[in-house]
Design a protein around this ligand. Sequence first.
Ligand SMILES: Cc1ncc(COP(=O)(O)O)c(C=O)c1O
Length: 467
Amino acid sequence: MALGKASQLAIHGGPKAFAAMHGKQKPKIGVDEFMALAQRFGFPETTLQQIRGLISDDQLGRGPTLSRFATAHPSPGAGEVFERVAREIFGVRYAIGVSSGTGALHSAFVAAGVGPGTEVIVPAIGFFATAAAVIAARGVPVFCDVAESLHIDPRKIEAKITPRTVAIAPTCVMGGVPDLEPILAVARRHNLKVVEDCAQSPGAKYHGRPVGTWGDLGCFSISAYKIVGGGEGGLVLTNDERLFERAYQVAESGGLWRPNRFARPRYAGELFWGTNYRMSDVEAAVDVVQLRKLPALVETYNANRRTIVSRLKTYREITPRKLNDPQGGVGYNIRFFPQTVELGREIAVALNAEGIGCGQFLWPAECGVRGKDAPPDWHLSRDMAPLVAQAGGAAACPFCCSTYRDRGGHVEYHAGDCPVAEDLFDRNIMIWLDPCYSQEDCLAIAAGMNKVFSAYCTEAADAAPWC
Ligand SMILES: Cc1ncc(COP(=O)(O)O)c(C=O)c1O
């Protein structure tokens, strides 16, 4: 019996069973979500109402996807633009936007060959995340003492190298730059990779070239606490294609980064386990704008810092922090070491009373004298409690697992291991600088610093100069 037209299959020319949707399409992420973002910017309620009055879900169709690899996304996605801008600003071949600085470091360490049974030399001053990311990669961090610049002391690295060492991780400290040439020379002599942690000095240069581009891989945090950043984000840079692909495989283990996600491995070791450190498109959209500000911001910071520092007198009891590249850092602070912790405290309290905000490392002066009653600080190896205790970790890996022990590995962390770092850290005083300072503000700060130093210290033309 012949079928009536209505019951004929659509593939045989019959009418479609579901020719069009009658329900009104709504974006999955629409105006309410957009307004939730706008609220995070702190606009007053009247402004928010005005914005809401101007926009409607009807304008959005299916709406945005806000995810990195979604095909419906307007092309190119913010993540790609972020990586392109990063490549342009830093002058590198490869950039990967990730979800945090810690994720960037973990990806970079695995890419560099860190794994069970290996060690990475990290500085005693920096931040907990550098050593923690080595452990996340199942390697063992070995702390190296610092020089007067607060950066890893290149002269002390060689003594820390063992047959298990695979990488050195020089960390930029608060706008400064490590002395990279001698560090790279040691690395080359011993065939080690260099993973730069530049989270605290984005936009800084060493001998004219951006930090993060000297080593094999460079890592940055783009979090809200850094000089440019949105909420939580990170960045990995490299010029080496294989390192790029390995780092990307950690950060994007689904292989979405590959030209053909489902293709067989193009070479042995291309695909391995990983995790998801993908940067969200919302974060990337903000970070594109932020990153573009970086060069001008660094110049402003440095101009302000120069105006202040050029007016400072020198004092017998004050040693300014040594800078490995006085022109190349990011001048968002002025740091110095009074002769004693107690003198530092008095100076910090007096400077704060003058209206010049300062403290010991990150802590305000009221928090107590470092090394005595101040809270521990995870920028110093001695205070990195979970690490010092070698706490947690599946099967106590990396510290106690046989892969490490069988290679002769054994590490302990004790107070006093890195005496220069511990002494400088406890005595250091930092004045934060604001890029919005006017010339008048800078002159007032310089005068205030001289006023306080002159009250507590002895002026001496031949004392250590400011740089
Ligand atoms: C030197 C250093 N490395 C890594 C990180 C970690 O970055 P994130 O907080 O984005 O994971 C920080 C953050 O403060 C840092 O200062």
